[in-house]
Ligand binder design. Sequence first.
Ligand code: ADP
Ligand code: MG
Length: 334
Amino acid sequence: MTAQVDQSVAWDEFELIEKVFAPLARNLPGAFGLKDDVAALPPKAGHELVLKTDSTIESVHFLHDDPPDTVAQKSLRRALSDIAAKASTPAAYLLAIALPAGVSRAWIERFAQGLATDQAQYGIALVGGETSRTPGPLTITVTAIGWVREGRLLRRSGAKPGHDVWMTGTVGDAEAGLCLLKGEAVLEDAAAREFLVRRFRVPEPRLEFGIALGGVASAAIDISDGLIADLGHIAEVSTVNIQVALDRIVLSPGLSALWGTSQKTLLRAASGGDDYEIAFTASVDARDAIVAAAKRTRTRVTRIGSVADGTGEVVLTDSTGSTISAAREGYRHF
Ligand code: ADP
Ligand code: MG
């Protein structure tokens, strides 16, 4: 006899693994249908293994009412974004999910549908993980596994004085989307609102473009803490200064509709987190190759500054070339 049965939870760990998660492992023989303790992948000749883990936590990275399929996509894509920025190709992932009481079977099934959609899009498979209950917030930890051709891994180091600084896409949208969802901002234009909210919920890892940057860029990072903060990481590890012309930073029409295009908005966009674009440096000789790769992969790229001698600072300049002192820091969890 079971003393206490929680009627609100209509699922059991092993049944969930078999019915909901095992179908996502079907395409990769080494996952053993999630019926063993581990998975095994054959090594890929001439390549290095690339590994990254990211935890996605309710009320930190997503909101309670976000659709479960988008929660799954964001969890997966956050890890894929790092793989992309390192010029690597994802192959598989592990999923550790800690579920608080009260998460329904329907929620988990819709979550798995989000994973299935993205697996098809990115050609990857689930190879294992962990399912547990937690007294804390819903937490999803994805470990992405990828490959990179030997010698092609893009690092944070490698930026040299004289190199250009580039960014993909637009920044600031996800933070704006979060403000809209939290009711801290209001936007009448429904299409613009939808765009910004989607940028918060379902980021677009720049995988094809990232791979094209291998052997072309000198340093790269995915923008997760904010453009300025993440360029700061490149500057520090490469021991250089990075100069960014603030008015070259690209804002989406949706963000401009919400907050305009003032210097304050540009600073905010360059400091907000969750963009999952790529910031990178490259020699001046690489300009044509970068523009061609962007065109081929239908990715927007913009040259926003240059690398200078220095010791790890990000220096922002306004349209007259004067230094802006109020460089805000990016998002920090602690
Ligand atoms: P163990 O008791 O050895 O930790 P489990 O019983 O937790 O193993 O898991 C059994 C199998 O199911 C393992 O291959 C594990 O990788 C897989 N698995 C468990 N939870 C998940 C999940 N959420 N997603 C994918 N695979 C999972
Ligand atoms: Mg075991």
